[in-house]
Design a binder for this molecule. Structure first.
Ligand code: UDP
Length: 258
């Protein structure tokens, strides 16, 4: 069996060394966590769906001129990506109040925001991903002011494009989280690229008509039908054939990695 070197294992994904220098293989697990790891579970078939959904969204974004780490999907659960130097910041873009934002500001979930709001969080499980400002980011050297400008403008472009894309399939993009990395070319030039994933694990998606949730909040809040929600997003995006869902459990698609 192919024993690849495991570079990093996170909560929902594993990174293996890639076939060529400068590449990695990103493996999508079915594991789900919430509330900073206090709630753990398995959403069967999630890894397969997120692999497809993220492939689709990253590909569309690349067509719009947004640089991403995505190279190609290699199988049901894995995609080939560029190895970027990950910036330890979660960039959250919000269009409608929900989740921690609603709690922090006492604004009812579902309230449209006067404009899209960008927030930064420091990626640290130990600290519970504290919210930070540009001051913390530049003072601690996590990113330069130029990096921040690039991340902010990319995040807003992603928001504009994805809001329209999801609206076209009857879903409101309430909020989402992005991660970025630095990619160096052979001349040592650096550019900021979109990394990680974009999926119902990292975005809130509500049905335009019914406000039904089609994202990880179904898991966080024990709303049930979690698998179906992820499947419905994939189906609406056109990345899942109508007769495919039933196969997900029986094809090795749910297996753990080698
Ligand atoms: N999010 C994420 N990873 C995190 C924290 C948040 O992907 O570690 C996403 C989350 O799914 C939502 C958005 O970022 O789409 C904003 O999340 P929020 O700050 O409201 O936190 P939550 O209520 O999920 O704890």
């Amino acid at each position: 069996m192919n024993r690849r070197r495991r570079i990093y294992e996170g909560k929902a994904k594993i990174l293996f060394e890639g076939p060529e220098p400068g590449t990695l293989v990103q493996y999508f697990k079915d594991d789900a966590t919430a509330f900073n790891n206090q709630k753990k579970g398995v959403i069967s078939g999630k890894g397969v769906l997120n692999n497809r959904i993220s492939e689709y969204l990253m590909t569309r974004l690349a067509e719009m001129g947004i640089p991403t780490h995505f190279i190609r999907r290699v199988n049901m659960r894995e995609q080939l990506i560029y190895e970027a130097e990950i910036i330890p910041i979660e960039v959250v873009v919000r269009n409608i109040a929900a989740g921690s934002f609603s709690r922090r500001f006492g604004i009812a979930e579902g309230t449209p925001l006067p404009r899209s709001i960008v927030e930064y969080y420091y990626k640290s499980d130990e600290l519970g991903d504290p919210m930070i400002t540009e001051e913390h980011i530049t003072a601690f050297g996590w990113a330069t002011p130029q990096d921040l400008d690039d991340m902010m403008s990319l995040a807003l472009r992603v928001n504009d494009y994805l809001s329209g894309l999801f609206l076209g399939i009857g879903l409101r993009l309430v909020d989402f989280k992005l991660e970025f990395g630095r990619l160096y070319n052979e001349h040592g030039d650096m550019r900021i690229i979109l990394a990680d994933e974009i999926s119902p694990d990292s975005a809130r998606l509500w049905d335009v008509e019914t406000s039904e949730k089609f994202d990880k909040d179904r898991f966080r809040q024990d709303l049930g039908n979690v698998e179906n929600a992820y499947r419905e997003v994939a189906r609406r995006l056109g990345v899942l054939q109508e007769n495919e869902p039933a196969n997900l459990r029986n094809t090795g698609a749910v297996a753990t990695p080698a």
